[in-house]
Structure formats: structure tokens, C-alpha cells
Design a protein around this ligand. Structure first.
Ligand code: MSP
Length: 509
């Protein structure tokens, strides 16, 4: 079995500064990347910015800047955000880079060679904010203005000469592919939406624009630029040094294991992308997961609605790990979720401070007083083995991750935190001062539970868990998921490091 894993975030439009929705796609992807790395995989984790198209050209014009200068500036804020979010991405791609331009032009030529492209004229609706063409039945009109029913985005009428991709030829092969790969699109509800859309019939897709110039030129016709979605989707290949299919990166990591995206861009990833790849005779990604939106109130965040939650502000007040924990635990993955101050604070107080923080603090304080801050000896009895054995089913946890079941994974951790605190209470080591062997074993078991839970929590709150694991001398390189079923991992007699308070409770008057 290959121990390589390739995961991607969507590449973000640098049309305005990043918001919580972007942070969400990235944090979720980082969670999976970190879990897989801890589980011994070699991981490629890609993020970046999607810099061509009319949307960006117009944003640059509004700011009186040249598109490339404008992108340089805003792309930097996305790159900085990746660092602020502590993403473990292995690459950051910009679609204005030469490696990407080369890759897109190559893919275009292959599509031409495969007789998949023809010249015609496009007449229809186009939404600049979605960068998408829409059919008349997807549009509604209000006061002489026209909008996309599903996204509410304004559309404009476009009539221009355009190259088309023979998408209609791929209707049946796509349906067959979905049928044979029932988990290609997750969650299931979204899969059904895509299938019914395709069953309604696919029209050929306009894949070039002529009336503006901010994009990648078509090699055989410099009057046209390539449609921004064909350009953008190809980033997933460009970062693996496509078109050099003999390159190690490409050989080891394509096809991607999972593209993490928001539900609004499912059509592009689950229909157009596999169709382009099939037409180019390239392997298809193994999964596309369409997550829900982070809502501000009841609405999707967007610049035009002016309801943007700034991740940097939240991180400033509550800390990064709190935000990461909140998004992974409180949002039911696949569905929409929202952020409220009240829920954030309750996450800190009840889960992070009272549950995880408290377990670490009380066990360590007890160990310091009664075991001289050394790992004690252990002589397990049934009570200990019963709680430890919860960590023996590694396949169960791996399976949750491979099905992107973040919520059950988090539930497992929270249950284990409760059980561990309860174990320590029920065992009452403070009453065992006359039975040193039993006292030692309880402390050993509790320390080991802290170690196991910290390993599981590491992809969620990397900074905090590394502080905890450091007391056992486990750093990033030594941290292995598979060690959680080893109940004798900690070496008796070894010193335990010091730990400061992990999360301060928030007291409101
Ligand atoms: N550039 C395209 C993606 C190209 S991928 C080949 C794009 N960019 S975007 O910046 O508009 O959005 C990027 C991602 O952020 C999308 O997955 C989108 O769903 C996600 N989010 C944007 N707003 C969001 C929320 N309010 N909540 C959660 N995610 C949302 O689309």
C-alpha cells in the first residue's frame, strides 16, 4: 500500500483579504495532512492563490493597480495567513507562476490533440464573482437585474467567440465513474446533487475568453485566454511538476487523495475537473469533499455583504489553537456552521481548560508531589487496562479520517478526556499513599492517557499538544500515531518536564 498522501485546499482568489471561510478550508485540510503525517505517510499538502480572470482584473482596476502587482500584494496576505494558521503545507502555488502557466498550456494542447476543443460562439449568462457560466433556468430577474438563483451572484450577458470543451461527451462516462466510485464525492448529499445535475444533461463548456486579457494565453491562438477554472483546477497538477509525468512528485502523488473544497465549488471539482482529466487521459483524484460554509449570522460571509469575520482578530483574542479546535469540533463537517463568541468561550472553558488542561495539570501536579516528577513504575490491573484498551483500535480511527469523519474523531477524543478525568477521580490515588505500587500505576496510566490523547489532538491543536508532549521528550519528529496502542511507551524513571497553564479560563462578569 502506498504511504503517500496528497491533499489540497482550494486556491483562493486574492481579490480581497482572507476571511474565516478561507481559514476554515485551510485548517480542515491541515488537520488531515497532520494526521496522515503522524501516521507515517509522506504528505504533500498544497494551498495557494487563483490569480487570473475578470474578477481579479476588475478588483485590480478598482484599486488602480496592475493585476500582477495587485495579486503580488494580496497573495502575500494569504501566504502569511497560512503561517499564522500554522498550516503544514508543503507548497504554496500561485497561478501566475511559470511552472503553472506551462502546465496549463500543456493540458490545453492535449485536449486539442484529443479533439476535445472546438471554436464557436458563447451567448449566455456569466457571473464574474463566481467566474461561472449559467443556463437560463439557473437565473432569476429582479428589477431588471439578473442573479444566479443558487448563489445570489449578479450575472452579465456575454456574447463572444469562444473555444468550447466537449463536456457533453463526458456525461455518461462521468455517471459511470460516480457509480463505480461511490465515495468520489462526499458527503453523500452533495454526491446526489452532482449526479442529478449531470443526469439533467451536460452542455459543452466555454473554455476561453476574448474580451479581456488577464489570463493564460492559448498557445495556438493568442487572442484568447484560457477560462479561469480550467486554469485554476490544473494547479493541483502543476505543483507536482506536471507535465513531467516522470517527475518523482507526480509519480508519487498523483492522483490526489482528496481535494477539500467548499460546497459552492463542487460543480467545478466534481464535474469539470474529472471530465478534463478523462479527456486528457489522466488519472482522476480519489475524492472531492465539499464542506459547508461558515456563516456570519445566517448568511455566507462575503465582502459585498460586509459581514466578514476576520480570523486574525479571533486569533488575537482567543489564540490560534482555540480557533482550530472550535472549527473542527463545533462545525458539523459537511454542513454549515457559525462562530459565536459565546460558543468560542464555552469551548475554551469546558473542553480546553476544564477537560484537557485540567487533566494535564492535576496529574502532573500530583506526579510532582508524589513521584518526584519522574515517570513511575506500572503494574496494571483491570481498571487500568480497561481504559487503556480504548486506544487499541487504530483502524477505527484511521477509518474515520479516511472518510473525513472529523466529528466522530473529535467525539472519541472528548469521550476519552472525560473517561480519563473520571478514571483519575475514581482511582483516588491520593488515598493510596500506603500502597505505592498502586499509586505509581495510577499515575503512570494517567500520564499515558495524557500522552495518547495529546497525540490524537495534535492535528487539531498542534502548538499546545507539542508543549504537552515535550514533557515526555516527544517532539514533532518522534510523534507517531501508531504509538497510541503501546501502553508501556513511557519509560519508568525518566524525568518529566514542566508544563505551564495551557488554556486560561475566560471569566465574564
Ligand atoms: N478560486 C476559487 C477556487 C479554485 S480551486 C481550483 C475560489 N476561491 S474563493 O476564494 O472564492 O473560495 C475558496 C474557498 O473558500 C471555497 O472552497 C469556498 O467554498 C471557501 N469559502 C469561501 N467563503 C466561505 C465561507 N463563508 N465558509 C466556508 N468556506 C467558504 O472559489
Amino acid at each position: 500500500m502506498s504511504k503517500n498522501f496528497y491533499i489540497t485546499t482550494p486556491i483562493y482568489y486574492p481579490s480581497a483579504k482572507p476571511h474565516m471561510g478561507h481559514a476554515y478550508s485551510s485548517i480542515v485540510s491541515d488537520f488531515f495532512a497532520r494526521f496522515k503525517r503522524n501516521d507515517g505517510y509522506s504528505v504533500q499538502f498544497l494551498t495557494g492563490t487563483d490569480e487570473h480572470g475578470l474578477k481579479i482584473q476588475r478588483s485590480a482596476e478598482k484599486n488602480n493597480m496592475k493585476p500582477k502587482d495587485f495579486c503580488d500584494q494580496i497573495s502575500k496576505t494569504f501566504e502569511n495567513l497560512s503561517k499564522t494558521l500554522n498550516l503544514s503545507n508543503t507548497d504554496f502555488i500561485r497561478t501566475t507562476e511559470q511552472r503553472h502557466i506551462k502546465s496549463v498550456q500543456h493540458l490545453w494542447k492535449i485536449l486539442e490533440d484529443q479533439n476535445q476543443i472546438y471554436m464557436s460562439k458563447y451567448e449566455g449568462w456569466y457571473s464574474v464573482s463566481d467566474e461561472a457560466f449559467y443556463q437560463p433556468d439557473e437565473i432569476e430577474s429582479k428589477e431588471n437585474k439578473h442573479f444566479v438563483i443558487s448563489s445570489g451572484s449578479p450575472v452579465e450577458w456575454v456574447e463572444e467567440e469562444s473555444f468550447f470543451f466537449k463536456l457533453s461527451e463526458w456525461e455518461k462516462p462521468l455517471l459511470k465513474f460516480y457509480d463505480e466510485n461511490p465515495k468520489f464525492i462526499l458527503p453523500e448529499g452533495r454526491r446526489n446533487e452532482v449526479i442529478s445535475f449531470v443526469k439533467n444533461g451536460l452542455k459543452d463548456l466555454s473554455v476561453s475568453r476574448k474580451t479581456f486579457s488577464w489570463g493564460i494565453k492559448i498557445p495556438s491562438n493568442n487572442d484568447h485566454i484560457i477560462y479561469v477554472w480550467l486554469d485554476a483546477l490544473t494547479n493541483y497538477l502543476s505543483a507536482l511538476n506536471y507535465p513531467n509525468t516522470k517527475d518523482e512528485l507526480y509519480k508519487n502523488f498523483w492522483p490526489a487523495d482528496v481535494h477539500i473544497i467548499g460546497k459552492d465549488i463542487l460543480r467545478f471539482h466534481a464535474i469539470y475537473w474529472p471530465a478534463f482529466l478523462m479527456a486528457a487521459k489522466l488519472p482522476l483524484p480519489k475524492r472531492v469533499y465539499g464542506h459547508g460554509w461558515i456563516l456570519s449570522g445566517d448568511e455566507k460571509m462575503s465582502k459585498s455583504k460586509g459581514n466578514i469575520l476576520d480570523p486574525l482578530e479571533i486569533i488575537d483574542v482567543y489564540g490560534l489553537d482555540t480557533l482550530r479546535y472550535y472549527l473542527l469540533k463545533e462545525v458539523s463537517f459537511g454542513n454549515d456552521g457559525n462562530i459565536s463568541q459565546e460558543k468560542l468561550e464555552s469551548c475554551i472553558n469546558s473542553d480546553l481548560a476544564n477537560n484537557y488542561g485540567n487533566l494535564c495539570q492535576r496529574v502532573l501536579a500530583f506526579c510532582e508531589k508524589n513521584c518526584g516528577s519522574k515517570i513511575p513504575t506500572s503494574d496494571f490491573i483491570n481498571d487500568d487496562l480497561e481504559i487503556l484498551k480504548n486506544f487499541e483500535n487504530l483502524e477505527y480511527l484511521r477509518d474515520l479520517i479516511d472518510n473525513q469523519n472529523i466529528n466522530d474523531y473529535m467525539k472519541f477524543i472528548i469521550d476519552m478526556l472525560f473517561s480519563s478525568n473520571k478514571y483519575f477521580n475514581d482511582q483516588e490515588p491520593w488515598k493510596k499513599k500506603n500502597d505505592k505500587n498502586r499509586l505509581n500505576t495510577i499515575v503512570y496510566t494517567a500520564l499515558d492517557l495524557i500522552r495518547k490523547i495529546s497525540i490524537l489532538l495534535n492535528p487539531v491543536i498542534p502548538d499546545t499538544t507539542l508543549k504537552v508532549l515535550k514533557i515526555f521528550d516527544i517532539n514533532d519528529d518522534k510523534l507517531k500515531f501508531e504509538d497510541i496502542d503501546n501502553h508501556k511507551f513511557l519509560e519508568s524513571g525518566k524525568n518529566i518536564g514542566k508544563l505551564n497553564i495551557l488554556f486560561k479560563k475566560i471569566e465574564n462578569d
